[in-house]
Design a protein around this ligand. Structure first.
Ligand code: XMP
Length: 324
């Protein structure tokens, strides 16, 4: 019988056989896949697993705390957080081109992770972490093997994914599973809903949701608007109905508005609610008008720099889900 519990048992046995008495490291992104992969490995080898979470400063409100608090309290895993906010902001200064942003974020991420690994090694008296845990899913395996869609639309940067020349042996306990199975395994392992039911969020984070320069000020504006949209969608019970809802700050655009007696000249934010099966294609989600109205009213009232909220009604294709 192929139950979730039996998947867990079988994977735990395999991991033990593979890792032996070695040590493993896992980059947590805050997403479901890396979280579940790490929890499985932890069940198998206990404190010989160390997780690393790189805070690149491009996270949404509360995300770092969620990983540090919810994930650690549910698993007891050893977690090292690297605060690399300044480093990423400096590297991104003056950059507005989407592909350039993606490449910079990917490159910096790898450097920070490599350094973290060296630090951990030194701390362990030079004892190497031979194994790298990755949350690779079955669809990822198929996609990279099949070479589907050779056209390079975007340089997808998955925070879980690191280059091969890092010289680790990979541990990929989710390679045979689909997303819904991964969620069930996560629940079986006792992970909290906030992690298991999380909607997809891109590795480059809010960096590719700011149209214009990624600055500390723009990040704060977007974080505030995004957190209102998420709050209202959750309150309306819509989290399971939508695939995800990026909130995009048009930092390069200003428009005239009026608030009280005064003229404003602020930025628009875009709501991009989408429905999808696999993110390859998507439709824009017909959100209830009253929910859209609450989001719009709250954002324009509570986020001073934003005076207009617009709705993206484009499917994919021709639009991609993210704006960059
Ligand atoms: P697009 O914008 O290509 O997005 O329609 C498809 C899905 O992928 C997510 N996405 C990413 N995920 N690293 C990731 O891990 C990335 O660089 C990245 N770019 C986009 C996006 O949120 C959507 O779910």
């Amino acid at each position: 019988q192929w139950t979730t519990a039996s998947i867990v048992d079988e994977q735990v046995e395999r991991i033990r056989a593979q890792v032996g008495d070695g040590k493993a490291i896992c980059g947590l992104s805050g997403g479901v896949d890396s979280a579940v992969a790490a929890a499985l490995v932890q069940r198998a080898i206990g404190d010989r697993l160390t997780c690393v979470f790189v805070d690149h400063g491009l996270l949404r409100a509360g995300e770092r705390a969620q990983v540090e608090r919810d994930y650690v309290s549910a698993t007891g895993v050893r977690l090292v957080t690297v605060d690399a906010k300044e480093r990423f902001l400096t590297a991104l200064a003056g950059v507005t081109d989407p592909e350039e942003k993606r490449k910079i974020i990917g490159r910096e991420f790898i450097r920070v992770f490599e350094q973290a690994e060296l630090d951990l090694q030194a701390e362990a008296g030079g004892d190497k972490y031979r194994f790298l845990v990755q949350g690779t899913l079955y669809p990822d395996v198929v996609e990279s093997g099949g070479g589907a869609g050779a056209a390079n639309i975007k340089s997808h940067h998955n925070v879980g994914g690191l280059p091969d020349d890092l010289e680790f042996e990979l541990v990929e306990p989710l390679r045979a599973l689909f997303k819904d199975e991964v969620r069930r395994v996560g629940t079986e392992l006792g992970l909290p809903e906030t992690i298991v039911q999380r909607q997809p969020f891109p590795g480059p984070g809010l960096g590719i949701r700011i149209i214009g320069e990624v600055t500390a000020v723009n990040l704060d504006i977007l974080r505030a608007a995004d957190s209102i949209a998420r709050e209202e969608l959750t309150a309306a019970g819509l989290d399971r109905d939508i695939w995800q809802c990026p909130v995009v700050l048009l930092a390069d655009v200003r428009s005239v508005g009026v608030q009280g007696d005064g003229r404003t000249y602020g930025h628009p934010v875009v709501l991009r609610p989408v429905s999808s099966e696999d993110a390859m294609t998507a439709d824009w989600t017909r959100l209830p008008y009253d929910v859209l109205e609450r989001i719009s009213t709250r954002i324009t009232n509570e986020v001073a720099e934003v005076n207009r909220v617009v709705l993206d009604v484009t499917s994919k294709p021709p639009g991609t889900i993210e704006w960059e």
